[in-house]
Design a binder for this molecule. Structure first.
Ligand code: UDP
Ligand code: MN
Length: 597
């Protein structure tokens, strides 16, 4: 930012100095030629014959004349150089003055106070903005969830760091790759953001491969007061820009506008339906594709038409627009069917080829696929509303319908992660609804895990004090505690019909352990141990429990109870039963086959 702002001045001084240096070189070259000439004449040998002498003298005279003219020229050049140097000095001084005055202006401009000290926007950015500018930037930020004020001032064709591993640069690709349609979907996006995405696609995709760019507008808001300018931008101005682009690249850009809000899955489908190339890449409109992004995708899909691929994301920071590189990972999901990054598979690590495709359970959202194959498996589920779940749904379908999902390490896209979404304050109703739809359709006997993850706060309370709940306790650590009830996952307690109490969040991952409430046999404090390890070691993890009854360890016969410690706070203890009882706020009939209440 700072560099960009000072750049014209630096360039100006540089140019002036370059001219001065050129003149100096020219001048010194001229003088050295003159001295050589003089030296040559002094070396002239005298002949004995007069005619020869006269001839030589006349030569000498001509040479002297020449020398005289050269010196005149040199003097002239020196004069002109002197005047250039004077001019340079004057200009340098005036540039210095300009720099000084800008600095003092900037100091003057430095706001007395930050208008929005708690705004995420101004944490690392915007110190030199006037109060009016801060207000404008904050308004735009609230509307869009990213720094539109800055975006509007950055070049559309800005350079971003190449985040590929150097080994990707040595890869070569066939000259006969399939053609590509790029779909960019948007809803209430800043015009400069869309234009930068389009520019990056045009500049960083070989033109012989790029058949079209299809913009899908999922009914950007057009009637609400604060959005009037936006509506104008996204309709009139964007149409004008598209005409301009098509003037330069005939037929390249298309735009489709939904007449009502249909949600992101349907917006992606609309783009896919309009696409005509061999391969379709469906992206958000707040991205900048990075150098060489398309070739690995096209080559891999050419090799195997059933592969649905995801590029690797980097993050464009929503406040500074600086790129932060993300490490390679696979795209997984938890029991809420919310996406998460998971560890790279050992089989891929063993390949020792950082450019090799990585098999992935899921995609994050952005995807590329063979256009016809995506149709054969039914494209995206248009019944997914607003946001979320559609990526996991597609992934389950791809893997179950003979396809594969892969992350391609050499294909990188910078994606702007917004600080908040412009289309919903709270996404969880849509996420929950879509996740349960996926569970019902695809997950068979495992669907209850999704219901559990979304629906039921499973606290276990002791009737002595119903305001406190069993809690997983500090992490790291394995000592459960009593803590004011809050319904978040550290307080989830699941009683398994085979006798185990699981405490804490359920983890949908082969490598992570669920924790079982354990009587260590000695001492009075219960512990939490990884269930499978505890079972293998024969620890005391089985309990008899009925709703509103005691929790009795089957081996030690000690009861899980609570008692007041020195500070009168309740703590968990294991002791001879004193008929304390517990209740689980919700119960499920049978593990894995329950009806969620
Ligand atoms: N989107 C849409 N309609 C909606 C909600 C979202 O077209 O009702 C688009 C949105 O404009 C974006 C894409 O879906 O291009 C993905 O949404 P977002 O970027 O908010 O999600 P994230 O990438 O942060 O997961
Ligand atoms: Mn996005």
């Amino acid at each position: 930012m700072m560099f960009r702002r000072n750049f014209p001045k630096v360039l100006c001084i540089g140019l002036i100095l370059a001219i001065a240096i050129n003149l100096l070189v020219f001048y010194s070259r001229g003088t050295s030629q003159i001295s050589l000439l003089g030296h040559k004449e002094l070396q002239l040998p005298l002949s004995e014959r007069e005619g020869e002498v006269v001839k030589r003298l006349s030569h000498l005279e001509a040479d002297l004349q020449h020398l005289k003219e050269s010196m005149k020229l040199a003097l002239k050049q020196q004069e002109s150089m002197n005047s250039t140097l004077t001019r340079v000095k004057v200009e340098v001084r005036s540039v210095q003055n300009a720099v000084k005055s800008t600095e003092s202006e900037a100091q003057k401009r430095k706001p007395q106070k930050k208008l929005f000290p708690h705004s995420q926007l101004f944490k690392q950015w915007g110190d030199d903005l006037s109060e009016a500018e801060q207000q404008k930037a904050q308004d735009l930020f609230e509307k869009f969830g990213y720094n539109v004020y800055l975006s509007d001032r950055l070049p559309l064709n800005r350079t971003i760091p190449d985040t590929r591993d150097s080994r990707c640069l040595r890869k070569t690709y066939s000259s006969q790759l399939p053609s590509l349609s790029v779909v960019l979907i948007f809803m209430n996006e800043a015009l400069s953001i869309i234009e930068r995405a389009v520019t990056s696609v045009i500049n960083r995709t070989p033109s012989r491969l790029l058949k079209e760019i299809i913009l899908v507008d999922d009914f950007s808001t057009n009637e609400l007061q604060p959005y009037v300018r936006l509506a104008e931008e996204l309709k009139t101005y964007l149409d004008e820009k598209i005409t301009l682009y098509n003037h330069q690249y005939p037929g390249l850009l298309k735009i489709i506008r939904h007449a009502e809000r249909k949600g992101l899955a349907q917006a992606r489908n609309t783009g896919w339906e309009a696409a005509t190339a061999d391969v379709v890449a469906i992206l958000d409109a707040h991205i900048e594709v990075n150098i060489g992004w398309a070739e690995p995708i096209l080559a891999r899909i050419q090799e195997d038409r059933t592969v649905v691929v995801s590029p690797v994301f980097d993050n464009i920071r929503f406040d500074t627009f600086i790129l932060s590189k993300y490490e390679l990972a696979v795209d997984g999901f938890n029991w809420e069917l919310w996406c998460r990054y998971d560890a790279l598979p050992q089989a891929w690590i063993d390949l020792q080829d950082v450019t090799a495709p990585v098999k992935s359970p899921s995609i994050m959202g952005i995807l590329a696929a063979n256009r016809l194959f995506l149709g054969e498996i039914g494209s995206l589920d248009g019944g997914m509303l607003v946001y979320g779940g559609e990526n996991v749904e597609l992934s389950l379908r791809v893997w179950q319908c003979g396809g594969k999902i892969e992350v391609l390490p050499c294909s990188r896209i910078a994606h702007l992660e917004r600080s908040h979404k412009p289309y919903a304050l709270d996404l969880s109703p849509a996420l929950k609804r879509n996740a349960l739809r996926v569970a019902e359709i695809w997950m068979g006997e495992h669907k209850h895990m999704v219901y559990l993850a979304w629906n039921i706060p499973l606290q276990m309370k002791n009737t002595l004090d119903r305001t406190i709940c069993v809690d997983r306790g500090p992490v790291p650590g394995n000592i459960p505690i009593m803590y004011p009830c809050h319904e978040f996952s550290p307080q989830n307690v699941y009683y398994h019909l085979t006798g185990e109490f699981y405490v804490g969040p359920l983890v949908a991952e082969a490598t992570a352990a669920d924790h079982c409430l354990t009587d260590p046999g000695s001492g009075e404090k219960p512990t939490l141990e990884p269930c499978s390890e505890a079972a293998r070691k024969g620890l005391h993890i089985h309990w008899d429990f009925k709703q509103e009854g005691a929790a009795v360890n089957r081996d030690t016969k000690r009861c899980l109870e609570i008692e007041k410690d020195a500070s009168s706070a309740y703590v968990l203890v294991l002791q001879t039963c004193t008929s304390q009882v517990w209740e689980l706020q919700h119960t499920v009939g049978s593990w894995g086959h329950a009806h969620a209440p």
